[in-house]
Write a protein that binds this ligand. Structure first.
Ligand code: ATP
Ligand code: MG
Length: 563
């Protein structure tokens, strides 16, 4: 299940199999401009799998100086909504892609698609069928047993034309009739067994309103929409491989002039610890298992954005996973690697303590305060420095003190010395406890007045460096510690994916962060040193700063802090 980390995106990589196809076409024939499209159905928010498809379609267009359309395949009015249309546009732009003036809707083509349905009837390749959905399904057979023919299949062309027009005019009730193609009831491909082309549905469409009471099936709209737009490469996920003969049959039966789109299927992105279907994500939202589509635990693009993922990290991820022809599952830690790699360079460091233990520096003058210089980002020389306040009372992380430590514990312990990041050496002199509970309430330390900036005069060294904040200056922040939403690698393997939800996927704590945080704006990203990367949430206000943990950190700046 583990995934190897492939070379970084800007290193040279091999062509993926779709690029190989295009390169071959370029050599062997006159390839018109490469024209792709990203065709979402606006029935939910986009997820990281869609991001892969967006990067692929827009990426190919860019690479080959072509074009990529954004097209909403909006053939199912009951599930679709402008809210989804708007979110999809925002997400595609956020990923850094532009459809220019080529945003389309399958509903733009409803008249043309209707006319094509009429043409199929005239060619005696489609008929109006009165069977219910249930009856059709009962008569379908299976791949080895042919379907039974509909008793309505022998209606005359005239009768079919008349009935279809009356379907359009609203003379029949929903579900009472369909228009079906006449293809092959014995085909081992079930999609070819006289599939439904049109259904009666009185539902208001988010764009065409109540103009239509018949709607084309996705299969009867998708391929023709690609054709209308002059798409050269219709890139879609593997489950559409079995639909390809049907799409080709439509274009052929309609005798549409060449060139026609070439459909190429690739493996959809699956991620460990993640569910990726819009239907399931909708269920999580509707039943309040999460706080909306942009909940930072969601694999949606807006959720990842709110979690703190950047455009670069997601595009890099899409590049690293490549394009496969066979189903696979990618380790979610690769996605986490990509955001760490990106934020390591981008995010400034700040100090904050999430589980505070008070430290009193007994030899530090009462009521004084000094400012110490801290480096904003050791990975970026241009990031500069800032001042952090130091005073007599500090907070350190409770974990960074142990009363009875094992031998290789290099942080604070009774009688032991440790370096405070950007500050002084301190030595633990006394441990104060609650007499009733035995809980440690304070640590009393002395500091080496000559060790400012972390260097001692006599050259003595300590192995441990810990972070801290000045108690009276620290800003209390709401820190949302996000973890994986599901407990197991494949949440979809069981009966009900909801049973696999991780009850600890969100823990909210009060953190104490250096004063700089007061000026932080929503969407800014910081590394809390030794803790992780955090994104300032959109809910954040000056009097209640909210930090979302994007991802934990591998402890990089102190190799010795193993424990
Ligand atoms: P879901 O299965 O998650 O409900 P969908 O395939 O129904 O998604 P669409 O709106 O039809 O969603 O998808 C738009 C485009 O995104 C399609 O071309 C589809 O192939 C692609 N896509 C959807 N899911 C993935 C995925 N997991 N990996 C790669 N591409 C995907
Ligand atoms: Mg779909």
């Amino acid at each position: 299940m583990s995934t190897e980390i492939t070379p970084s995106a800007n290193e040279v990589r091999q062509l993926n199999f779709i690029e190989e196809i295009i390169e071959k076409e370029k050599k062997s024939e006159e390839l018109p401009i490469v024209h792709t499209r990203f065709p979402p159905e606006p029935n939910g928010y986009l997820h990281i799998g869609h991001a892969k498809s967006i990067c692929l379609n827009f990426g190919l267009a860019k690479k080959y100086n072509g074009k990529c359309n954004l097209r909403f395949d909006d053939t199912n009015p009951t599930a679709e909504d402008v809210e989804y249309v708007d979110s999809i546009k925002e997400d595609v732009h956020w990923l850094g892609f532009d459809w220019e003036d080529r945003m389309f809707y399958a509903s733009d083509y409803f008249q043309q698609i209707y006319d094509w349905a009429v043409l199929l009837i005239k060619k005696d390749k489609a008929f109006v069928c009165d069977l219910t959905a249930h009856e059709v399904s009962d008569m379908r057979g299976n791949p080895n047993i042919p379907a039974k023919p509909s008793p309505y299949k022998n209606r005359t062309v005239e009768e079919n034309l008349d009935l279809f027009e009356r379907m359009k005019n609203g003379e029949f009730s929903d579900g009472s009739k369909t228009l079906r193609a006449k293809i092959n009831l014995a085909s081992p491909n079930m999609h070819m067994r006289d599939p439904v082309l049109y259904r009666l549905l009185r539902a208001s469409h988010h764009r065409t309103g109540n103009k239509w009471c018949i709607y084309p099936m996705y299969d009867f709209a998708h391929g023709q929409s690609d054709y209308i737009e002059g798409i050269t490469h219709s890139i879609c996920t593997l489950e559409f491989e079995v639909h390809r003969p049907l799409y080709e049959w439509f274009l052929e039966a309609l005798e549409l002039p060449l060139p026609r789109p070439r459909q190429i299927e690739f493996a959809r992105l699956n991620l460990t610890y993640t569910v990726m279907s819009k239907r399931k994500l909708l269920e999580l939202v509707k039943s309040n298992y999460v706080n909306g589509w942009d909940d930072p635990r969601m694999p949606t693009i807006c959720g990842l954005r709110r979690r703190g993922y950047t455009t670069e990290s997601i595009r890099n991820f899409a590049e690293k996973i490549g394009v496969a022809k066979r189903e696979n599952i990618i380790d979610v830690s690769l996605l986490e690697f990509c955001i760490r790699e990106n934020l390591n360079k981008k995010a400034n460091r700040i100090l904050g303590v999430l589980n505070p233990l008070k430290v009193v520096i007994t030899n530090y003058t009462e009521n004084t305060e000094e400012e110490l210089e801290a480096i904003n980002n050791p990975e970026n020389a241009n990031a500069g420095t800032r001042k952090i306040p130091f005073s007599k009372e500090l907070f350190i992380e409770r974990d960074d003190f142990m009363e009875e430590p094992p031998k290789d514990y290099f942080r604070l312990k009774p009688g032991g010395e440790v370096r405070l990041r950007y500050a002084y050496y301190i030595k633990c002199e006394n441990v104060i406890k609650n007499t009733k509970t035995g809980e440690i309430t304070e640590i009393h330390c002395t500091y080496d007045t000559e060790s400012k900036g972390g260097k001692t005069i006599d050259g003595r060294k300590v192995k441990g460096t810990i972070h801290w904040v000045s108690a009276k200056n620290a800003i209390e922040c709401e820190v949302r510690l996000y973890d994986r939403l599901f407990k197991s690698e494949n949440p979809e393997s069981g009966q009900d994916f909801k049973e696999d939800l991780n009850p600890d996927s969100l823990k909210v704590v009060t953190g104490f962060v250096e004063p700089f945080i007061i000026s932080a704006k929503a969407g800014e990203k910081y590394q809390l040193e030794r803790i992780g990367y955090f994104n300032v949430d959109k809910d954040s206000k000056p009097d209640n700063i909210v930090l979302n943990r994007t991802v934990t950190l591998k402890d990089t700046w102190s190799k010795n802090l193993k424990r």
